[in-house]
Design a protein around this ligand. Structure first.
Ligand SMILES: Nc1ncnc2c1ncn2[C@@H]1O[C@H](COP(=O)(O)OP(=O)(O)OP(=O)(O)O)[C@@H](O)[C@H]1O
Ligand SMILES: [Mg+2]
Length: 362
C-alpha cells in the first residue's frame, strides 16, 4: 500500500481484507467493473443524483458540472469516473494528485483536452498547492494563466481551455481546501455497502468469472466483506481457488465456509491481525485504555500497521474506540471474542463512539 507521504509498503499488499488494491489486483479489477450507471450496484442515492446531472448535461449539449467522488478505498470511485465518461459519450483522461507536482504538469494535461472530455483526477487531495491554484481558475473559467519568465520580468499569458468535466476522487475529503471543494457542482459521498448489495455484486462477479456461486454462499461471503466491493471480489477469488482445488468448483455454503475459515476471515470480516489486536487489548490490558505503541508491541507489529490497517475497521465495527487516553475495547468487543467484560472495565464507562480519524493517534 502507498501511504499519504508517498512511502510504499509491500507487506500489506497481500492482506486479504485490505480495502486498498494490491499491486497485481488492478488488471483483475478492471474485468469486473460495471460500465454503465444501470449495472452499478448499490449507492442508490448517488446514482440517482449523478444520473440527473449527466442527463441534464447531455440534454444541454454542454460539458457536465465537475463531480467530486468522496469515500473510503474500494467502494467504486474509479469505476464511477469511467461510467461518467461512458454515459456522457466522452473520452476519459486519467491522472492523479501525486502526478501533478508542478503547475506546468497540470497545464500540459488541461491544454491537451478535447472539448467535453472527462478528466479523472484521482487522489486529488495529494495535488501540490501550485497545481491546485491553477485548477481553481481552470474549473471556473476554463482558462489557465501560464507564467513565462522569472522575477520582475515574468508575465502571465492566459490560455483558453476547452470546456471539460473534472471528476475528482478522494479518500480524504476533509483534507481538501474549501475553495476547491466549492468548485465542484456535485459531490457524491460514497458509503459502505449493505450486505444485500454485496450479494448482488458477488453474484454479478461470479457470473463474469464463470464461478457457480450458491445464494447462501454469497450471503456468507458478503457478510465478511467489510462493506467493500473490492474485498468481496477478492474473497470470491480466494473461495473460487478453494472450490477448484478442494471441491468440484462449485461454491456452496460449505465450501465458502471452509475456505473463509482456512483464510482466517471471521464472521464479521476480522482477520488474524484484527483479532490479535482485540485479544491483546482485552486479555493483556483489561480492555484498555492502552496506548497505540504498547498495543502494537503486544502483537509484534508496527504502530502504523495497527493504526492504518486494523483500527479503521475495528472502530467502524464498533469494537474499538480511540480516546485521548488510549485505545479502549467496547462491550461488543468482549462479546465478539466470547469474553465477559470485567466489572469496572473501560467498556462499561464508554459512550458509543464512532469518531475515527479525529482522535489523537497516541
Ligand atoms: N457498485 C459496484 N458494483 C459492482 N462492482 C463494484 C461496485 N463498486 C466497486 N466495484 C468493484 O470493486 C472494485 C474496486 O472499485 P474501484 O476501483 O472503483 O474503487 P475505488 O473507490 O476507486 O478505490 P480506491 O480508493 O482504492 O481507488 C472494482 O473491481 C469494481 O469492479
Ligand atoms: Mg480508485
Amino acid at each position: 500500500m502507498t501511504y499519504d507521504d508517498g512511502s510504499y509498503d509491500a507487506s500489506h499488499d497481500d492482506r486479504l481484507l485490505a480495502p486498498e488494491a494490491g499491486s497485481e489486483e488492478a488488471a483483475l479489477e478492471s474485468a469486473l467493473r460495471p460500465r454503465t450507471l444501470d449495472t452499478f450496484i448499490g449507492q442508490q442515492r448517488v446514482k440517482d443524483q449523478l444520473g440527473l446531472v449527466l442527463e441534464a448535461a447531455t440534454a444541454r449539449g454542454r460539458a457536465a458540472d465537475h463531480v467530486l467522488l468522496a469515500g473510503p478505498p474500494g467502494l467504486g470511485k474509479t469505476t464511477l469516473s469511467m461510467i461518467i465518461a461512458a454515459e456522457l459519450g466522452m473520452p476519459l483522461r486519467v491522472t492523479s494528485g501525486p502526478a501533478l507536482q508542478h503547475a506546468g504538469d497540470l497545464a500540459a494535461v488541461l491544454s491537451s483536452l478535447v472539448p467535453g472530455e472527462v478528466l479523472f483526477l484521482d487522489e486529488i487531495h495529494r495535488m501540490s498547492r501550485a497545481a491546485e491554484e491553477m485548477l481553481y481558475l481552470a474549473m471556473e473559467d476554463f482558462r489557465v494563466d501560464v507564467i513565462v519568465g522569472k522575477g520582475p520580468g515574468a508575465t502571465a499569458i492566459p490560455l483558453e481551455l476547452p470546456p471539460f468535466t473534472l471528476v475528482g476522487a478522494t479518500t480524504r475529503a476533509g483534507l481538501l481546501p474549501g475553495p476547491l471543494r466549492d468548485r465542484f457542482g456535485f459531490t457524491a459521498h460514497m458509503d459502505f455497502y449493505d450486505a444485500s448489495d454485496l450479494e448482488l455484486i458477488l453474484a454479478r462477479s461470479a457470473a463474469l468469472l464463470d464461478v457457480p456461486l450458491a445464494a447462501d454462499a454469497a450471503v456468507e461471503i458478503a457478510g465478511r466483506s467489510r462493506g467493500t466491493p473490492r474485498v468481496a471480489n477478492r474473497l470470491l477469488r480466494r473461495v473460487r481457488d478453494f472450490a477448484q482445488v478442494r471441491a468440484d468448483g462449485h461454491v456452496d455454503l460449505e465450501v465458502a465456509h471452509a475456505a473463509l475459515t482456512l483464510y482466517e476471515v471471521d464472521e464479521i470480516g476480522l482477520d488474524r491481525l484484527d483479532r490479535a489486536v482485540l485479544t491483546a487489548l482485552l486479555t493483556k490490558f483489561g480492555g484498555g485504555p492502552v496506548g497505540l505503541s504498547t498495543l502494537a508491541v503486544a502483537v509484534g507489529e508496527e504502530s502504523e500497521t495497527v493504526e492504518t490497517v486494523c483500527e479503521p475497521f475495528l472502530v467502524r465495527a464498533g469494537l474499538l474506540a480511540r480516546t485521548p487516553r488510549g485505545r479502549i475495547a467496547t462491550a461488543a468487543a468482549w462479546g465478539h471474542l466470547g469474553l465477559r467484560a470485567p466489572a469496572g472495565s473501560a467498556a462499561a464507562l464508554l459512550p458509543f463512539d464512532e469518531d475515527e480519524g479525529t482522535a489523537p493517534s497516541a
